[in-house]
Design a protein around this ligand. Structure first.
Ligand code: THU
Length: 142
């Protein structure tokens, strides 16, 4: 857990997390950093497995860490870094499962976090609601 007050710091935290990636099979290290309303940053990185399909994505690891620390809302921004994206230089975007996992924490706190998709030469800013429109979430079960 660290503190980050601006987007550059959030991206740096995601990059730092990616340096701890365990991705010997894909050789595709991903970092994620979640910023909360109180300024706290929680990071994650992808953790692969010899049983390939069991890989854990960076964003999912970060959400699991945050929720295991008791966080249930306040998710304001997410930075995701990868070595490359579509065509080699496009920023990475969160996979479908990670969008859904992020949505759980976001909806619990009633936020629509900004998502910073960070590639080698570009940062693309979007919102979770843009990446996952009409999301199924906690409120859907009421
Ligand atoms: N990966 C992530 O960590 N997050 C994503 O949103 C997309 C994919 C990881 C999973 C796997 O370890 C590697 O990237 C290649 O798919």
């Amino acid at each position: 857990m660290t503190d980050a007050t601006n987007d550059e710091d959030l991206i740096a935290a995601a990059r730092q997390a990616a340096s701890q990636s365990y991705s010997p099979y894909s050789r595709f290290p991903v970092g994620a950093a979640l910023r909360f309303a109180d300024g706290t940053v929680v990071t994650g990185t992808n953790i692969e497995n010899a049983s390939y399909g069991l890989a854990l994505c960076a964003e999912t690891v970060a959400v699991a860490k945050a929720m295991a620390e008791g966080r249930r809302g306040g998710l304001e921004a997410v930075a995701v870094t990868g070595p490359r994206g579509k065509g080699g230089d496009q920023p990475i975007t969160p996979c479908g499962r990670c969008r859904q996992v992020l949505n759980e924490l976001a909806q619990l706190g009633g936020t629509d976090p900004e998502i910073l998709c960070v590639g080698p030469g570009e940062v693309r800013r979007t919102r979770l609601s843009t990446l996952l429109p009409d999301a199924f979430g906690p409120a859907s079960l009421d």
